[in-house]
Design a protein around this ligand. Structure first.
Ligand SMILES: [Mn+2]
Length: 282
């Protein structure tokens, strides 16, 4: 029996320099599965139209996925906005890999999860597609904001850092509201579909929380945080924070590191509150 029943991976962004393909390979090695769901932005055609950064490890990822499919793993590819060219092939199987625009995964204990990339619930890319053209600069800023947010989140678990976290929350209030708006929109759509939960990607922000009547799960990404979702054979579904070096994250950073992460973007004179709305390159 494989290590886990299902794995859910999104936002790998193969073909970009930021892609953490080596980490993903480490994660895949440790997580043989019956089902492999690729939830969009796996291959970044969008970025590759500007410049191709295809490393050897990116080939290895493709080879490993194909091999798993050949060996009986049920592999589904649900395209995102960066690989949206594949959306027109929804319903078609390429060898052992099935392309679908969305899907329902039934867990071993009979719960139904709606699988979707999620970009259609991102109000920024949906209503202001033109801002997406701003591209790379914005993306770098977003990665930095992500880093700050994840450190804040870790800091929140430590009572001693409350005031610092409060400060950080002010700084990134708009980033947070962008994330919350997305999560609420996806959860609302899931609830309308009458499913028990939803697994999505797109915003590069791993999550596992209850919103209304549904469980909202986000895979995160393999650009910055290196996280995925797994379904175990006992019915448990959880977010795995693999990390860049394969070590488990979740350890709180020492206070100076948190402070440095928070102060640095400001020192560089970058108004991050505005950047988040100009950075829909998700
Ligand atoms: Mn996306």
């Amino acid at each position: 029996m494989p290590a886990v029943r299902a794995i859910f991976v999104s936002d790998v962004h193969l073909g970009t320099r930021a892609c953490q393909a080596e980490s993903l390979l480490g994660f895949l090695r440790e997580h043989e599965s019956e089902y492999l769901y690729l939830l969009g932005d796996i291959i970044d055609f969008w970025s590759m139209s500007r410049s191709v950064q295809w490393a050897g490890a990116h080939n290895t990822v493709v080879q490993k996925v194909l091999r798993r499919a050949r060996h009986g793993c049920k592999v589904f590819f649900i395209p995102g906005n960066h690989d949206e060219a594949l959306r027109e092939y929804a319903g078609i199987a390429f060898g052992d890999i099935r392309v679908e625009s969305e899907w329902i995964h039934e867990t071993l204990d009979g719960r139904r999860y709606w699988l979707v990339h999620g970009d259609e619930y991102d109000q920024v890319t949906r209503h202001h597609r033109w801002v997406a053209v701003l591209g790379d600069v914005g993306y770098d800023a977003l990665v930095r904001i992500n880093l700050v947010l994840s450190r804040v989140r870790r800091a929140l678990r430590r009572p001693g850092y409350w005031s610092l976290a409060g400060y950080a929350k002010q700084k990134v209030k708009k980033a947070v509201s962008f994330i919350f708006d997305f999560e609420d929109a996806v959860a609302h759509a899931a609830q309308q579909r009458g499913v028990d939960g939803v697994v999505c990607g797109h915003i590069h922000w791993a999550a596992d929380r209850r919103i209304g009547k549904v469980r909202y799960l986000n895979c995160g990404d393999w650009v910055d945080t290196c996280s995925a979702i797994v379904e175990h054979y006992d019915g448990r579904i959880e977010v795995v924070h693999w990390g860049v070096d394969g070590a488990a994250l979740g350890k709180a950073l020492p206070a100076p590191a948190v402070a440095a992460a928070l102060v640095q973007p400001e020192r560089a004179g970058r108004p991050q509150e505005e950047r988040i709305y100009l950075t829909p390159d998700l």
